[in-house]
Design a protein around this ligand. Structure first.
Ligand code: ATP
Length: 303
């Protein structure tokens, strides 16, 4: 499968600040790639380098098979982006804004505006002034503008920022549909793992300028740590019994915590052992680390 984005040892420093350090990104065509990192991790800097907006200090960038350099020749006609704060003329309507953008971008296809209005389902708002739009609809307008020239690759910096939960869901469904119907590749940044995990097929995690993990979204579930929690009134006896049976156990009042795979996969054995030892469990449950905790553990922000 060919790569839509490939960086080799991409680095960018601003004086003493190493914003991006030796990043090797591989984004395959047709995937939704979530570029995840805390504030200041280096997401925007990376994206700006992908779009040729800044010159890397070292390393190389290829997008859609073309090398990105400062001579401004690049695969721009096939890339749509929404990176800078989405600006629009507040006194013009949505449709007028799109028409202006079409002309500024030199897009000959006069039907482009109607096409993106239909694609993004903004027909009900097409005559509303941009200055009167909700944040969610404003984001849609930014997306519509990014799609005017029918790009193959969409690069978005925090597309869900500032949106309420309903708006986040809307943008998510929209992007999924665009990928499915138009075969787009999407590269989007975010600082919210739960948001990315619902949308992306692949996830790259950037921390302090370094790409610390790249994984299939499906793998994410497996990577999160699991534990078996056992509640019993006789927790001291229960802990002793399980230790004797070869399990590692920690205790927090009436709750015992077991992290062994065999305990998690065969919790029925734990129940049997405890019943036989007359320390019957009143509750057995498998808990999974929540996504945000997993993310913070990966980045070292939380033990
Ligand atoms: P956020 O989500 O907060 O936008 P980010 O992951 O996009 O964060 P970047 O904006 O890429 O992070 O910033 C990475 C680091 O580089 C930060 O420490 C930032 O202060 C620094 N930085 C970014 N642009 C510049 C610049 N033009 N001059 C100096 N430092 C910069």
């Amino acid at each position: 499968m060919s790569l839509a984005i490939e960086t080799k040892n991409l680095s960018k420093s601003f004086g003493e600040v190493h914003a991006v350090r030796k990043i090797n990104l591989k984004v395959r065509e047709g995937e939704i790639y979530g570029f995840l990192g805390l504030n200041g991790a280096g997401k925007t800097t990376t994206i700006r380098a992908l779009l040729g907006m800044i010159r890397p200090s070292a390393g190389s960038v290829r997008v859609l098979g073309k090398s990105i350099s400062s001579d401004k020749r690049g695969p721009w006609k096939d890339i749509g982006h929404s990176v800078e704060k989405p600006a629009a003329y507040p006194e013009l309507t949505v449709k007028e804004n799109l028409e202006v953008a079409r002309r500024l971008q030199g897009i000959g296809d006069k039907n482009a505006v109607n096409r993106v209005i239909a694609q993004l389902q903004i027909l009900p708002y097409e005559n509303r002034k941009a200055g009167h739009l909700s944040t969610g609809n404003f984001q849609r307008l930014a997306l519509a503008r990014a799609l005017l020239h029918n790009p193959k690759l969409l690069i978005l910096d925090e597309p869900a920022s500032g949106l309420d939960p309903a708006g986040v869901v809307e943008i998510r469904e929209l992007l999924k549909r665009l990928v499915k119907e138009n075969g787009l590749t999407v590269f989007m940044s975010s600082h919210i793992l739960t948001e990315v995990s619902r949308l992306a097929t692949r996830i790259g995690i950037i921390h302090e300028g370094r790409l610390i993990e790249e994984l299939d979204a499906k793998k994410l579930e497996e990577m999160r740590s699991q534990r078996l929690e056992v509640k019993t009134k006789k927790s001291i006896l229960a802990k002793k019994t399980l230790l004797k049976a070869g399990y590692s156990v920690s205790r927090d009042n009436e709750i015992l915590i077991l992290k062994d795979k065999r305990a998690i996969q065969h919790s029925e054995n734990i129940a049997t052992i405890l019943v036989n030892a007359e320390a019957p469990p009143s509750q057995l449950s498998i808990k999974q680390e929540n996504l945000e905790d997993y993310f913070l553990r990966l980045t070292g922000a939380k033990p």
